[in-house]
Design a protein around this ligand. Structure first.
Ligand code: HEM
Length: 398
């Protein structure tokens, strides 16, 4: 049994491999890592079903119990809300949702716009620049730090740790970064405990000290999860969205002419090239049948959100970017109890950044052929490692 997701070409373009697997069956057995067989879900209906099925557990502590591990990942990073099941998940999620209100996102919009402008001000008036390092990387980390109340001076360090947490294939680097990040958050929580402020982290601290009984470990873990989940994902979503538009000049021209159409275009951009290509680890608590395939108990199930979003049975002509399509049912933010808690914030950032870019610059195009782009070396998140673009600042933007 070969695993097509291990082919180096997969990182650059996973969609032909996803389509080939789906055409045989929406659920494909894979050799998996460390000799543990798993199943990859590529069909839309089956992906939705799997994400909503309580018999698929996210509790990695249970799955890996008793296994010798040489990993030294900080427990706050290893056992987050995202790696837990109800009822523990329900309790933690309720606290985050309470702190992460629509109002909090709305209040952040002027800040997001200001940071976007400041970052774009640093770009040259014309010529080549890298959209990823110049905007897609710094914007989400600055925004999530602002939301959590991380002081400005500490943000560059947070950005470095966060990047290291995604260093695929380098367990030592990831483990060290997980400790640095968790230790930092523990210290920040202590400081905020002494000098309360109005940030999301302050609201979570208040929850710990109130009737909600949030433990110190849970609090640190939530803070780290929000930081990590809100950063790399949005970076890649921004890169993928701009790349899709650069490869579809008519769609790009339309959004430049009608910037008010950007919010409505986001779902289709998120569907077309999903930043979280495969959802996080799940395993069967008991035997299940999914898409006609029997899966025994104790087996990993990986839901390929990127594949589900290109299933022709749900989205006709799925390989075409069609801004007029109603793509709201996409699974780019997942589905079920773990559906992305930061989706409104992510969309606000994408809208503001793309709008600013389109109004400031004319004739944006790729500075290198698309097949020479470098992709991030991870199967979980998908996005260009850099996106060199050529553009000229419009006269109005000065
Ligand atoms: C476009 C950007 C983003 C994408 C594509 C994305 C995608 C996802 C997906 C697919 C999941 C579910 C994973 C699974 O079930 O295995 C998820 C969960 C989560 N996301 Fe996002 N996300 C984005 C931005 C953000 C932001 C900005 C934040 C926070 C500020 C955030 C916070 C979270 C959290 C806390 C969870 C865990 C939810 C739970 O376990 O109940 N995400 N995200």
């Amino acid at each position: 049994m070969t695993d097509p997701t291990q082919d180096p070409r997969f990182l650059q373009d996973p969609y032909p491999a996803y389509a080939a697997m789906r055409s045989i069956s929406p659920v494909t057995p894979l050799p998996g890592s460390g000799g543990r067989p798993g199943h990859l879900v590529t069909g839309y209906a089956e992906a939705r079903e799997a994400l909503g099925d309580a018999r698929l557990s996210k509790d990695t502590a249970v799955f890996f119990a008793g296994q010798e591990s040489r990993r030294r990942l900080h427990p706050a990073v290893a056992h987050t809300m995202l790696a837990s099941d109800p009822p523990q998940h329900t309790r933690l999620r309720k606290l985050v949702t309470k702190a992460f209100t629509t109002g909090a996102v709305a209040r952040l919009r002027p800040f997001i716009a200001r940071v976007t402008d400041e970052l774009l001000d640093q770009w040259p008036a014309g010529g080549t620049f890298d959209f990823v390092s110049g905007l897609a990387v710094p914007l989400p980390v600055i925004v999530i730090c602002e939301l959590l109340g991380v002081p400005e001076a500490d943000r560059p360090e947070i950005q470095r740790w966060s990047a290291r947490l995604f260093a695929a294939g380098e367990p030592g680097v990831i483990d060290t970064a997980s400790h640095a990040m968790a230790d930092y958050m523990t210290g920040l929580i202590a400081t905020k405990g002494r000098n309360p402020g109005g940030s999301l982290l302050d609201r979570l601290i208040a929850a710990r000290d109130g009737d909600d009984q949030l433990s110190e470990a849970e609090l640190v873990s939530l803070a780290v999860l929000l930081l990590v989940a809100g950063h790399e994902t949005t970076t890649n979503a921004l890169g993928n969205a701009l790349l899709a538009l650069l490869q579809h000049p008519a769609a790009l021209d339309r959004l430049r002419a009608e910037p008010d159409d950007v919010p409505a275009a986001l779902d289709e951009l998120l569907r077309f090239d999903s930043a979280v290509s495969t959802a996080t680890f799940r395993f069967t608590k008991e035997a299940v049948t999914l898409g006609g395939t029997g899966i025994p108990a104790g087996v990993p199930v990986v839901v390929a959100l990127g594949a589900a979003n290109r299933d022709p049975a749900r989205f006709p002509a799925p390989d075409q970017l069609d801004l007029d399509r109603n793509a709201a049912a996409h699974l780019a933010f997942g589905h079920g109890v773990h559906r992305c808690v930061g989706a409104p914030l992510a969309k606000a950032e994408m809208e503001i950044a793309l709008r600013a870019l389109l109004t400031r610059y004319a004739g944006i195009r790729l500075a290198i052929p698309a097949d020479r782009l470098e992709w991030r070396h991870t199967r979980l998140v998908r996005g260009p490692a850099s996106l060199p673009v050529l553009a000229q600042r419009t006269a109005e933007a000065g």
